[in-house]
Design a protein around this ligand. Structure first.
Ligand SMILES: Cc1ncc(COP(=O)(O)O)c(C=O)c1O
Length: 438
């Protein structure tokens, strides 16, 4: 298919400054560019057309965006922060503020310059933008065998990639050896891989240790040295919700960004889970490349392609929610509020650990390790997870998620402390009702 001149220009920048990154792009990714159309003409007019500005596809009145009182009355915000289109890459002040937050919370990110985050309509959209830019039909996607099911829709169903898995746990710990050997085995047969790392993990609520993170870094580097081009997607949806000091308390992105020219790390994070703002749809996509080329030029080229995908898909992300997330980031009480909610979730996780000590539960299930996030997961003994889920709904009015044939996920994030023991007692009762049914 035809590559238009603006896309060819971006591709030639990548060819010069980071050739492996060009190779990582999908065919679609190679075709993307950010048009010098209405958006950039309007931006130029905003800077220079001080007399009359007749560029934008909005309506104005008295120097403000035209708006209805029935909508504005729900916002304590300037109408411009509610009704105007946000820029395709997101509100500049929000991008800067999120960058400061990322650097403050991830000491390792200071070691290697990464791009300014681009705003996405939360993490799902970020995952989808990445899949469009980097996944060709048949490309291999490596992810832990405990995974968020939506990866299948985005990467396999929609984009035609092929998901392969590595065993997440070995003996109750992160499976370092299994991860490394799977990666090297892929390196022996493939030239390109999309690796998705999700810590804290959905569904298990597990985050590996700093030593595990170092082992992951070394394995990725080793595979890169063998020639495997790796797009490493760090899905940090549950970032910050770490309850056990022995787990990694920063994003693995900082370990992988800059590790080798054959590795392009991509950080996806956002307000959804960590700021408890699920419906806002505010997320961020950040690149971390490596090599001797001009990385700023690489980031600028990747950003234009990313903006092209956003422009083609949703045009831009919602303005009101970006405005309030920015205000929250600037609020002096923001960190204290987050810490307070994290303590509530930490107490629930601790209560789950306590409840799980009940001796009789051992016959029914084995819990997977968990130390972070919203969830925990158990592996059932001798009972089908879907059957148990339906049974718990029908007979015990209790909802849990069956993530596969043996595993049940419990979202302790939406259980009050005093509900935790009864929920596990109910799951155990359900298990006893069905014991021996498979
Ligand atoms: C691991 C993981 N990544 C991404 C998402 C999607 O987040 P968002 O609502 O920001 O699209 C979820 C949501 O459940 C998730 O569990």
């Amino acid at each position: 298919m035809k590559i238009l001149p603006l896309a060819a220009e971006l591709n030639s920048i990548l060819a010069k400054e980071a050739p492996p990154v060009l190779e990582m792009l999908s065919d679609l990714g190679r075709r993307f560019y950010f048009p010098k159309g209405i958006i950039s003409q309007s931006a130029e007019a905003k800077a220079k057309a001080h007399k009359f500005n007749a560029t934008m596809g909005i309506a104005t009145e008295g120097g403000a965006p035209m708006h209805l009182a029935s909508l504005q009355k729900y916002f304590h915000l300037d109408p411009a922060d509610v009704f105007l289109y946000a820029p395709t890459g997101g509100k500049p002040a929000l991008r800067d503020a999120w960058r400061r937050k990322q650097l403050g919370e991830n000491p390792r990110m200071k070691g290697n310059p990464s791009s300014l985050p681009v705003v996405t309509a939360a993490l799902t959209h970020g995952l989808s933008v990445v899949s469009e830019l980097f996944v060709n039909p048949g490309d291999k996607i490596l992810v832990a065998d405990k995974l968020w099911g939506n990866y299948r829709l985005t990467y396999e169903v929609r984009q035609g990639g092929q998901i392969e898995t590595f065993e997440f746990f070995s003996g109750g710990l992160f499976n370092r050896a299994g991860f490394r050997s799977k990666l090297l085995e892929i390196a022996s047969r493939e030239r390109k891989l999309i690796l998705i790392l999700n810590f804290p993990n959905n569904p298990t609520g597990f985050t590996p240790s700093p030593e595990d993170a170092e082992a992951i870094r070394l394995a990725v580097k080793e595979a890169a040295e063998k020639g495997l081009r790796q797009v490493v997607v760090c899905d940090d949806a549950y970032f910050g919700l770490f309850y056990d000091e022995s787990c990694l308390t920063e994003s693995i992105f900082g370990y992988l960004s800059g590790v080798h020219p054959n590795v392009l790390a991509i950080k996806l994070d956002g307000a959804t889970k960590e700021e408890f703002a699920w419906g806002f749809r505010v997320g961020f996509l950040t690149y971390g490349a490596a090599g001797n080329g001009n990385l700023e030029a690489v980031y600028a080229a990747l950003e234009k392609k990313t903006l092209g995908v956003i422009r083609a898909g949703v045009s831009s992300c919602p303005q009101p929610s970006q405005s309030v997330v920015l205000k929250a980031l600037e609020s002096p009480t923001f960190q204290a509020e987050r810490a307070e909610k994290k303590e509530i979730l930490r107490a629930r996780a601790a209560r789950v650990h306590e409840v799980l000590k009940q001796k009789e539960f051992a016959e029914a299930w084995t819990p997977y390790p968990f130390n972070s996030g919203y969830f925990m997961c158990v592996k059932l003994h001798g009972v089908d997870a879907e059957k148990l889920r339906l049974h718990l709904l029908d007979r015990h009015q209790t909802g849990v998620i069956a993530t596969d044939g043996t595993d049940v996920r419990v979202a302790f994030s939406c259980l009050e402390l005093d509900q935790i023991e009864p929920v596990f007692a109910t799951i155990y009762q359900g298990w006893k009702d069905l014991r021996g049914s498979i």
